[in-house]
Design a protein around this ligand. Sequence first.
Ligand code: ADP
Ligand code: MG
Length: 699
Amino acid sequence: MGELTSDIQFLPGVGPKRAALIKRELDLHTLDDLIHFYPFRYIDRSTITPIVSATPDLAYVQVQGTVVSRNLVNIKHLSVIVDDGTARMEMVFFKGVKWNFDRLVPGATFLFFGKPQEYNGRINMVHPEVDAPQQDPNARGTLTGVYPATEKLKAGGITGKLMCKLQRAALALCLPEVQETLPKYILDAYGLCPLRVAMQNIHFPADMRALEMASRRLKFEELFYLQLSLLKQKYVRSRADTGLVMPAVGAPFHSCYNALPYRLTGAQQRVIKEIRADLSGGRQMNRLLQGDVGSGKTMVAVLSCLIAVGNGYQACIMAPTEVLARQHFANISKYLEPTGVQCALLTGSTTQKERRPILEGLADGSIGIVVGTHALIEDPVQYKALGLAVIDEQHRFGVGQRSRLWAKGPNGIPPHILVMTATPIPRTLAMTFYGDLDVSVIDEMPPGRKPVQTMLIGQNRLPAMYRFMRDEIKKGRQVFVVYPMIFINDKMEDISNVEQGYEDIVKAFPLEEGYKVAIVHGQQSNEQKSFNMKAFVEGRAQILVSTTVIEVGVDVPNASVMVIRSAQRFGLSQLHQLRGRVGRGAEKSYCILVQDPKTGKDAQERLELMCATEDGFEIAEKDLKMRGPGDLEGTQQSGMPIDLHIASLARDGSLLEEARACAQRVLDSDPTLEAPGNLLLARELRKGKYDFKDYSNIS
Ligand code: ADP
Ligand code: MG
């Protein structure tokens, strides 16, 4: 007993040195850790490739052939020619030369497994694995797991073969101790195999079917507990009656509403009703508002804030960037004019002198709505009665901040939370990132929005594009030119691209001819940034050259052209966000994607999809499939809040739906997980494996 917790060092073939390496490189310490380290792919050893079709573009092949000749080039170099009747191939050995020379005698047949490569115009394999020939092509045990490995591991002798050996030894010791983690009724209902069987087969599948059973079982378990954890939190919260009650709509709401220059769309009205029901219901609201770029989320946020104010509370609107906070503030102030509600802007660059009256106003309640960045939840900020927090573009809102937000509520009662996102989120992601939130969707665009015509061009068309830009500018329109941000060491942004781009544009659009070009990028000071931004927003500059700092939310209705340089470097969702910056005014708008030479096939496909559709959800689904969720935001450091071990949100969507339905059913009949048959579930949840990374619920 107790094998699971014993140190990997004591496994035969490991020892202190290799153990240290494995611990450092793979973070595996105990046998329990080790057996949960799964292969990331499997090699099908049952397939034998004819030598004639073994080409270097194949990752691995297995050929079966008879040794024709062997040539000891020197003491450290053995060359063996093998023939399988279709062609010949050279096998090269620089290690184990004597051992291989002795066994690979001419006339004998073997199975060779390795990576074919081209050398001097011929195909060979260096250091193939050599096995006895396959007798029965349907033999069992032909799938071999391949484990993630690093160069350091390989250099330290932890080869794939050794890893398989260690897994086999660890399983032999531990498997009897592995405890089932799902109740039998769930296993039965969903046709899942027992955990021990799954563990054995995920490492050493007897065949494809066994592997599928094992992987389905393990993925289901992971997704199920994730959903159970999320849904349980949601349930607990829905039971708590600690929400601030806001029964009235209030005068400020009506004065704003009545002064609106347009009618709300049906979707906006519906969402406001949903929010209003939450606010008056006596429980804390935790709602996600999804709506594509330009669908009019800001108005919904403002009216929601005014309900809070109308009930004697305050509201804050938190934006991810300074630029965006300023823009929000400018827009919102306009909407608030008829209401007389006081609104302030508080960001990291608000000076001490400006700050004092704002802090006072928030503390004494004279400021009703405050817009800003995360500065809003920093320590010195005290609210008289914060009733509602709106968080815009929540993807960029980190883990630690939520508890601080909680603490800002009056008398320890948490404010209502409305999270807004313009990134259309595929269903599977929404169910996971926002699994414990209620979701409202604005699925209707304000009237009069024109489709944006999207074109994909190469650099050879730049002169034509400049002519087109001049024509648009002549008509009084404005143009965005966006360059990708380039990260160095995760943080520093390489701005040489955008600076060079700026110079090119200034050359093509000289001041003497009346052109004004502004530039905004992440390495400018906040003053510089907002000064330049303002020049564009107010129409003094016709062209804005920038990095993706303008990505979210910036609203310049007069801009009709969005040029995206090195477009192949952007993710689909990001391109969609950028394109959403135009087409906001009455004029026909254009998005010009400029790709660099040698754009890869995947990137080319992404760009063509952009030309084909404007549907944000379709684009998001494709993006998830093409890039995987980690890259969803298109930056290197998007910070996936959950780190799934085996399941994939991109590929296992339907299993996720099943797992969520299962979790929901369990909780419907036993919300506190107290039934004897569910004690196992409660125990697993308590281990906390499934909730630590969840940051979506800002609660
Ligand atoms: P989002 O934040 O969802 O991207 P915004 O709230 O910035 O969108 O709205 C986009 C533009 O549409 C703004 O200029 C806004 O004034 C306008 N707008 C919002 N709602 C309506 C509506 N119901 N009818 C017409 N225009 C609207
Ligand atoms: Mg917005």
